[in-house]
Write a protein that binds this ligand. Structure first.
Ligand code: CTP
Ligand code: CA
Length: 226
């Protein structure tokens, strides 16, 4: 399908996107993770590139080729993702956190493979840093965008998250929609702002969601006078 020529409305701006899951290793051969495919974040990075932005894509382990025309940083753990995102975000204008960051990592990572033992075992977990909240705590003129997948009370929970993390808006989705969210090519999201105002967007391709996300980020930027 031929699209109209893409406007270069992000020329001169730096956009940082995080994508994919993180892996929290328990020992050298086992990890805690989640099924994030990375597709949503890659779509945002590609749309920003095509609109003329300078793009850094920080991605956890995904089965997607690194897109051309941008800096691609591949990481595994939440701590590695944090370092790469915080560094890239220093001079960024827009930061979009699509990464499904693991909330916890092993309190102690074992350096040798752990043999099984008889009976139950328990693993001590410790919280990972909240990257979006850290960006929000010294926000400056950057536009900050998050994603949230909720099973219930989505708008309320997403609004509270946006406020707590000082994000401009969060795109909310639900794990139950066929063909969307984890692994799918489409997405159906609700835009949620910290003040609780929200807009349901129609189900469409992740690329089109990316385009609308960046349109909204530009509106926020212009409204803030940056
Ligand atoms: N996020 C982050 N760092 C974390 C966890 C989440 O930057 N350690 C970001 C995600 O990339 C996403 C947003 O915060 O853009 C919301 O993620 P979510 O998991 O919904 O938020 P949490 O604060 O972890 O809330 P919950 O207890 O519901 O998991
Ligand atoms: Ca979480």
């Amino acid at each position: 399908v031929l699209r109209p020529p893409t406007p270069h409305d992000l020329a001169g701006l730096k956009v940082v996107v995080s994508a994919g899951p993180t892996r929290e290793y328990l020992d050298p051969v086992r990890f805690i993770s989640n099924p994030s495919s990375g597709k949503m974040g890659f779509a945002v990075a590609e749309d920003a590139r095509d609109r003329g932005a300078q793009v850094t894509l920080v991605t956890g382990p995904v089965n997607l080729p690194g897109p051309s025309g941008m800096e691609v940083v591949r990481v595994e753990s939440a701590l590695e993702l944090r370092d790469a995102v915080i560094q890239a975000a220093q001079d960024a204008d827009i930061v979009v956190m699509t990464a499904a960051v693991a909330d916890y990592r092993a309190a102690e990572q074992q350096h040798e493979k752990q043999a099984k033992v008889a009976g139950d075992v328990s693993i001590q977990l410790t919280p990972n840093p909240d990257i979006l909240a850290e960006l929000g705590s010294s926000k400056g003129s950057r536009v900050l965008v998050g994603f949230a997948m909720e099973t219930h009370a989505g708008v309320e929970r997403a609004a509270v998250k946006a406020a707590r993390k000082n994000a401009d808006f969060i795109l909310l989705n639900y794990p139950t929609q066929e063909g969307t969210a984890f692994g799918g090519d489409d997405n159906q999201v609700t835009l949620v702002r910290a003040d609780g105002t929200h807009e349901d967007w129609p189900r469409t391709s992740k690329r089109e969601v990316a385009r609308q996300l960046l349109d909204e980020a530009l509106r926020v930027r212009e409204a803030s006078g940056a």
